[in-house]
Each structure stands twice: as structure tokens, then as C-alpha cells.
Design a protein around this ligand. Structure first.
Ligand code: NA7
Length: 562
């Protein structure tokens, strides 16, 4: 298999100082924390560069969110063709997606295919959680320790820990009291759960809750959906991918990838330059109807200004509310399902398969927690203001400590003993979402202040890993042992992120995107909202500019010009 980097790079200069993992293996060059899409590609890329790599993964296998999220109905909401690796033409040609939006089992099969094809598993230690990572300034190494007490050292550490890897327990009294079966969407059992004849409750109606409701609603004896904030959801209109279509895609993968890299979402979804009010009301309506029929997130791409023009946004929001009213027969339920008070698309827009239709089943009951709040979980079920709902199974689909949760869940200690928790006390700071001032040679893939959550996570991961790899090649050429962004470069990036955020309607909703879903978390938009293509341009410009935003050190006390 070819690598983008081509020839194998020389061995890292710092290897003589480093020690390997257990078993007295060769000194490590790079430790990768996380075995999702980002971590898998990082391991592959650095191995192909001739580096000694070690991956550490908390799960029992590769896959990240797709390893953990085995709940019924789990499905990717980007087209599978886009949501797949672009770095290997061989894998593109050999793998066949069966559906436009692949389900979790197929995604795991793809991950297994890639891992087996590239022989990636041998580089990972599974079932292992990192509990500390510390920069050893004197030796210019990262020391990473695990909960089991193992210790790894390497000059480079990649946190491929993902934006959605720390599930959020809801702040609801009595969860431990529940005598029925308590399931968390993000820690779903590996054996199928039988719902037939069961009284099931679901708390949470984000993307996860919606996927669960539409699936479990058709299986359970009774389903009770505890909804606090309704989400806007649009029809997915998933289809099987026919062999002729796949053959056509395979012939054009290079162009498809190029288009994805140059798009705001990192996928081939068309994005119009048409402003909402530049066309007549009739044309607008007809375009919205077309997008609704087309399905997926087509609507978001139909106009250019839906995330910045509040008035335009509200017309689209009302259009979706009308659709809810057309589908849901009970007017009280329909009204409760209509999201109000925040702009459409400011919360992750969901795409569904007959979600609203599920509420027409006599066995499916919506509990509007805005008017009837959950008071506590009891031994028997959930007690809201209006009474107790007895349940056999309670499912938590209550989201994640997104973007920053993984790196604040354990001690990541940088220069001078400062932790990431301390650095991010007022909110996550980073340079390009990739590095942090005070944390030399520590890299993040899909990190805060990058475009994570707003664009295809696989395209972002590939961009990030390639950028880090190029930087390491640069460091080797210039005999640099460590690299770290300057405080000024980091601030300049934060200013860009903040300026874009001010123009976006995203901040007008309370979501994990802005951190308001986690108690005491500093809130604010820590995502780059300028689009994946622009993010890539910034990353490329930083490299082309000779990494002027970074400080390099050859060895302690000796500074190397970039
Ligand atoms: P989300 O989108 O954060 O949704 C979590 C849901 O759980 C949301 O509806 C919350 O309501 C609800 N929630 C959380 N805590 C409570 C309590 N205490 N009581 C009632 N309801 C609660 O997470 P998802 O897992 O659905 O989706 C995450 C991402 O995965 C998604 O954005 C895609 O990128 C894929 P709230 O909004 O707080 O009122």
C-alpha cells in the first residue's frame, strides 16, 4: 500500500532516550491515545513513516464511537461514501458500502476490514485507559501511564480521543435506585436487548435518542420518551447502493475526495451560494420542498445564509414545524415535538427514518419534560411532576461531555506542570485545534477549535494526522526535538475562531457544541465555523509559512529557528 508521504523518513533523533512499552520492545516514537478513525489512521501513517508506534484504546477493539454505540438504530448521518477513509485508493476500491447511510454494524465491519487489511490491531493495547500523560521537559518525552499501571514513553503523543467519547450522566436523582435495566446509549451491551413486551423509557431526544425511539418504538410493548428540548429532524431517505452506482463512485473517487476536501462539510453535499431572500417566496418554498424530498441534510445546503440570517432560519424552522404537524396525528404531541426558541441547525440537525410517524403508534408516549419535568428516578421507573411511569428498561441518551471531555477526564500535564484542565479553565484553547501552547509535541486530532462536529470527522482526522506528520518530517529535517505553538499564535487562532463564532447562529442554542449541557463547564463556541475547506487552508498556510507560529527546540535550552 502506498503512503502519501512516500519514502520512509529517518528514525527519530530522540529514540535513544525513549523506552518502549511492556515487553522491552523498541523505543517508541509516537503514542496514539484512541482507536477510532483518527487513531487508526495516525497509527498507520506514522508506522508507514518508519516510526515505532503504540496505540492505547479503552475499548475492547477499534472503532471509537462505533465500538461503544451499539444501540438499535445507530447510524451515520453523513453518506457512507464520504464517511470513509480517502488515504487508500486500494481500500476505496475493495470496500463496498451497502447503504447510503451505513448502520453501526456495517461501520464496524468497515473498521474491521481496514484494521485487518492494514494490520493495525497489533499496534494497539485494548481495554486500557490512560490516566496520565506528562511532558518530561528534561528528556523531551511524553510519559503516558495507564490505569493498569503501565508506562509508555515517546517524544510525540497524539490524542485521538475524539469529540464524543465521554458520555454524560444526566443530573437526575435516583438513577442508581432503579431496579429495572439501565442502559446508556454510549455503553451499549454487546448482546442484543429484547424489547418485545417491555415498558421502555428513553431520556434524551438528540441524534441518539431519535435513532433509538424510531427503532425501539416499533419493538417495545410501551415506549415512553422523556423529551426536554425537541430537536429538528429531517427525513434521511436512506437507500441501498446498487452495484452500478458503486462502480460509478469507484471510478470517480479521486474527484469525489477532492470535492469533499474543498467543501465546508468535508463531503460532496452541494452547498448553494444563493441567499435565502434572494428568491421569491414561491421559489423558496419549492426549494425547501425539494430538499425535504431529497432527504439527508440537503436543506442546509439549499441556501447560503441559514446559519447567519436569523429571519431566513426561522422561515425554514417553521417549514419543518409544519411538516411535524402534517405527520403527527395527536395535536398535543405534535405541538410538543415542534422545536421552538432556538434556530434550526444551531443544534445538530438530525436525520431520521419515520421518527415522527413513531408517535402515531398507540404504544408510544411523549412526555414533554419542559412542562412536566423529571423529578427523580425511582426503583420502579421515572417520576415526573405529573406522576410515576413504571419501566422495565430505562435508556439514557443524554449525550456527551463533548469536544473537551476526553482531555479533561485525566491529567494531561504540560510544561511547568500545568494541566490541560488548568489551561482550559475558562474554555478550550488551542492552535488550529491541533496543538496547545505549553504542551510541546502533544497533538490532537479533531480537537476543540477545529471544525469537529460541523464537518466529516474522517476528513478532519486525515487532515490533522497528515499535518502532524508533515510537521514531524520538518522537525526531523531541522533536528528539532520539540515543537509548541507560541502564545501569540494560539491567541491569533482563538481570535479567528471567536470572530467566526460571533457571526454564527450556533451560539443561540444550548447544546454540547457550546458546552452548556455539562454542569460547570465553561460555555462558549469552541469550534471553527468557517468550514472544513477554510480550516484546511489555515492548516496548509501554517505549514507553508514555515511553521512560524511554532517554537522549536533542538534540545533543552537550545532554540532552533523554524
Ligand atoms: P445530545 O445531542 O447532547 O442530546 C442529549 C439529549 O439528552 C438532549 O435531548 C438533552 O436535552 C437530553 N438530556 C440530557 N440531560 C437530561 C436530563 N437531565 N433530563 C432530560 N433530558 C436530558 O447527545 P446525542 O448523543 O443525542 O448526540 C450527540 C452527537 O452524536 C450528535 O450531535 C451527533 O453529532 C452525533 P436538552 O437538550 O439538554 O434539553
Amino acid at each position: 500500500m502506498k503512503t502519501e508521504q512516500g519514502a520512509r523518513a529517518p528514525a527519530a533523533h530522540a529514540r535513544a532516550d525513549s523506552i518502549g512499552g511492556p515487553g522491552g520492545r523498541a523505543p517508541l516514537d509516537v503514542i496514539v491515545v484512541g482507536g477510532g478513525f483518527g487513531g487508526m489512521y495516525a497509527i498507520y501513517k506514522f508506522r508507514e513513516m518508519g516510526m515505532q508506534v503504540q496505540g492505547i484504546e479503552a475499548g475492547g477493539d477499534l472503532g471509537g464511537v462505533w465500538y461503544w454505540n451499539r444501540y438499535p438504530g445507530a447510524r451515520v448521518d453523513l453518506p457512507s461514501i464520504d464517511y470513509s477513509y480517502a488515504f487508500s485508493p486500494e481500500i476505496e476500491q475493495e470496500w463496498n458500502w451497502s447503504e447510503q447511510f451505513a448502520g453501526q454494524p456495517e461501520l464496524l465491519r468497515y473498521i474491521d476490514f481496514v484494521a485487518t487489511r492494514l494490520d493495525l490491531r497489533k499496534h494497539f493495547q485494548f481495554n486500557t485507559r490512560v490516566n496520565r500523560a506528562e511532558w518530561d521537559e528534561a528528556r523531551q518525552l511524553w510519559t503516558v501511564t495507564t490505569e493498569q499501571g503501565q508506562r509508555y514513553e515517546a517524544p510525540y503523543c497524539i490524542m485521538a480521543t475524539g469529540p464524543l467519547s465521554v458520555p454524560k450522566e444526566p443530573e437526575i436523582e435516583g438513577l442508581k435506585r432503579f431496579k429495572g435495566r439501565l442502559l446508556h446509549a454510549a455503553k451499549w451491551p454487546h448482546k442484543p436487548v429484547a424489547f418485545a413486551g417491555q415498558r421502555v423509557g428513553v431520556i434524551g431526544t438528540g441524534s441518539t435518542g431519535i435513532q433509538i425511539v424510531q427503532e425501539v418504538g416499533r419493538q417495545a410493548g410501551e415506549l415512553y420518551v422523556f423529551q426536554r428540548t425537541p430537536s429538528f429532524t429531517m427525513p434521511m431517505r436512506n437507500v441501498r447502493l446498487e452495484p452500478e452506482y458503486l462502480a460509478e463512485v469507484k471510478r470517480h473517487y479521486a474527484g469525489i475526495r477532492e470535492a469533499a476536501r474543498n467543501s465546508a462539510v468535508g463531503g460532496v453535499r452541494p452547498q448553494s451560494t444563493r441567499a435565502f431572500f434572494s428568491v421569491t417566496p414561491e421559489q423558496r418554498r419549492s426549494l425547501l420542498e425539494d430538499a425535504w424530498k431529497q432527504g439527508g441534510l440537503a436543506m442546509l445546503g439549499t441556501f447560503s445564509d441559514l446559519m447567519s440570517n436569523e429571519e431566513a432560519n426561522e422561515v425554514v424552522a417553521e417549514f419543518v414545524r409544519e411538516k411535524v404537524g402534517e405527520v403527527v396525528k395527536d395535536p398535543v404531541t405534535a405541538e410538543a415535538l415542534k422545536p421552538r426558541g432556538y434556530p434550526i441547525f444551531a443544534r445538530r440537525p438530525c436525520i431520521d427514518t419515520a421518527y415522527y410517524e413513531t408517535y402515531n403508534l398507540p404504544s408510544v408516549h411523549l412526555i414533554d419534560c419542559l412542562n412536566d419535568p423529571i423529578l427523580e428516578v425511582t426503583e420502579k421507573g421515572v417520576r415526573t411532576q405529573s406522576g410515576e411511569v413504571a419501566l422495565d428498561i430505562l435508556i439514557l441518551a443524554t449525550g456527551y461531555d463533548g469536544l473537551t471531555g476526553a482531555l479533561t477526564a485525566f491529567d494531561v500535564v504540560g510544561r511547568g506542570g500545568r494541566t490541560v484542565n488548568e489551561k482550559w479553565k475558562e474554555g478550550a484553547r488551542s492552535y488550529l485545534g491541533l496543538m496547545m501552547e505549553g504542551f510541546p509535541n502533544l497533538f490532537m486530532t479533531t480537537g476543540p477549535n477545529g471544525p469537529a462536529a460541523l464537518a466529516n470527522i474522517i476528513r478532519i482526522s486525515e487532515n490533522d494526522v497528515d499535518w502532524i506528520a508533515e510537521l514531524i518530517v520538518h522537525m526531523r529535517k531541522s533536528a528539532a526535538a520539540s515543537a509548541e505553538p507560541t502564545a501569540q499564535a494560539e491567541q491569533a487562532w482563538m481570535d479567528i475562531v471567536a470572530a467566526l463564532a460571533r457571526r454564527s447562529l450556533i451560539t443561540k442554542a444550548k447544546t454540547w457544541w457550546v458546552g452548556t449541557n455539562v454542569k460547570d463547564k465553561p460555555s462558549g463556541l469552541t469550534m471553527f465555523t468557517g468550514g472544513f475547506h477554510k480550516y484546511r487552508e489555515y492548516c496548509a498556510a501554517a505549514a507553508e509559512d514555515g511553521y512560524r507560529g511554532l517554537v522549536f527546540q533542538a534540545s533543552v535550552r537550545q532554540t532552533v529557528p523554524a
